[in-house]
Design a protein around this ligand. Structure first.
Ligand SMILES: *Cc1c(COP(=O)(O)O)cnc(C)c1O
Length: 433
């Protein structure tokens, strides 16, 4: 432990020294430099934005909701809604949660939405609500979704991460021959998928699933409502981890489910009510409510910075590939253009397979602005190894790191990469290959 603390404090010194040469914008995002041990690893414990003034007007997350008369209560209990917004009981839905749900449903042109305590909870609630026997999932699906399906003993039928319409259809036909009942199967889409960002033929999947009259759920976290509108495209239910871009500063752990059909919305709302998993802190909802408004501006800046970082990585001798559908050289570029048009903060870098892991990890540890952390979508740039497990899709060879380009000045990020990569640039790659 003493070693760890010493290590962290010298790293903090290095970060402080690095920041003195950064632009005011970058300094504002990273100041004060946090010692992860002192702030429990949380970069912005004081919170951000106008969240506090909004939440002071709200419920503060009270459990009991007061009614003037028994009759007022009775009416609220019947429909599950209080006359002041929120539910008749403060656990399933606060007025702040209500406001966020209305906003996000409108943005997706859905019939309504529910909010859950995390993106994963939004996925779990949706799957539980329809309790299928098997789910058709892309091979690059968000990892914890697999863990959830395993725990529920729900069978996973995988289709290739970048499936064509025909490839998906073949998987669906096989699944249908085993599960005759429509309710037994759920079609799940996540695109671009986690870690490696392949894009399947989304329109083809939707057409196939519709023909078979199966319910279609899509995880739209990568795109947010800004880059893709799944309901307009024919998807029935959208899940989005609002922990990521909609919240934008890493302080809104939450997830939303948006339904195209009232009937589905009711089934999902009933599931939440039955399990009591709908309680999301009003402060979180208040932040989210405001931050949603700036999603597009932030996404565009993330995308612009990611593009510049990708350009840099592509020029490095230690890089064999950058995984991003935004690249014209990507096999998914045509689909990317058709569905999303613009990128986001994410890309993965495949390192030269001849490089030792310890060299790559030393590069990561030298970085000052990129923190090692899970999740993404916030103001700070992040990096994390990708341990992708694919069953029906081939993976590139070599160590893979996923980067999230934050809101810092891109020139500062490039300087950080350049300095940290000195150790890698010195290696003779001709000899390695
Ligand atoms: C992060 C993420 C989730 C889960 O969100 P949490 O709020 O972290 O639970 C779901 N899907 C995708 C694609 C994600 O990246």
């Amino acid at each position: 432990m003493a070693d760890k603390i010493l290590e962290t404090s010298s790293k903090c010194e290095a970060r402080r020294a690095f920041l003195t040469f950064c632009s005011p914008k970058t300094r504002l995002l990273h100041d004060p430099v946090s010692d992860p041990y002192e702030v429990s690893g949380h970069p912005n414990p004081a919170g951000l934005g106008e969240a506090s003034s909004f939440s002071q007007k709200g419920s503060w997350g009270q459990s009991s909701v007061l009614f003037p008369l028994l009759e007022t209560y009775r009416a609220a209990d019947e429909c599950g809604r209080a006359p002041y917004g929120g539910a008749e009981y403060g656990i399933p839905l606060t007025p702040e949660a209500d406001a966020v749900c209305k906003k996000i449903a409108l943005l997706h042109k859905g019939q309504g939405a529910v909010i859950c305590s995390s993106g994963l909870a939004a996925i779990a609630t949706t799957v539980d609500a329809f309790s299928p026997k098997a789910v058709l999932i892309p091979d690059n699906v968000y990892g914890p979704m697999i863990r959830f399906l395993n725990r529920r003993r729900i069978r996973q039928i995988r289709y290739p991460a970048g499936a064509s319409a025909d490839e998906f259809h073949a998987v669906l036909v096989r699944a249908r021959s085993e599960y005759a009942k429509r309710e037994d199967l759920l079609v799940y889409i996540e695109a671009p998928g986690s870690g490696t960002f392949e894009i399947p033929d989304i329109d083809g999947i939707i057409a196939s699933a519709k023909e078979a009259e199966l319910r279609i759920v899509m995880d739209n976290t990568w795109a947010s409502h800004i880059r893709f509108q799944p309901l307009e495209r024919g998807v029935d239910i959208v899940v989005q981890a609002t922990t990521k871009y909609e919240g934008g500063y890493g302080d809104t752990p939450s997830g939303v489910v948006i339904a195209k059909h009232l009937q589905d919305l009711q089934i999902i709302a009933d599931e939440l009510r039955a399990t009591g998993n709908g309680a999301v802190a009003p402060t979180t909802c208040a932040r989210l409510y405001h931050r949603i408004d700036s999603t597009e501006e932030r996404l565009n800046q993330h995308a612009d910075t990611a593009g510049r970082l990708i350009e840099w990585f592509l020029k490095q001798p230690f890089v064999t590939a950058v995984l991003s559908p935004t690249l014209e050289t990507s096999s998914y570029y045509e689909r990317f253009q058709r569905y999303f048009g613009k990128g986001n903060s994410l890309f993965s870098v495949v390192f030269h397979p001849g490089l030792a892991a310890k060299n790559i990890e030393a590069f990561v540890d030298e970085l000052n602005l990129f923190w090692v952390a899970e999740s993404w979508g916030g103001h700070l740039s992040l990096v994390l190894p990708v341990h992708a497990k694919r069953e029906v899709t081939t993976l590139p060879k070599g160590y893979i790191l996923r980067f999230h380009a934050g809101l810092e000045d891109y020139q500062d990020l490039l300087r950080d990469l350049n300095e940290a990569a000195e150790c890698l640039q010195a290696i003779d790659y001709q000899r390695l290959s």
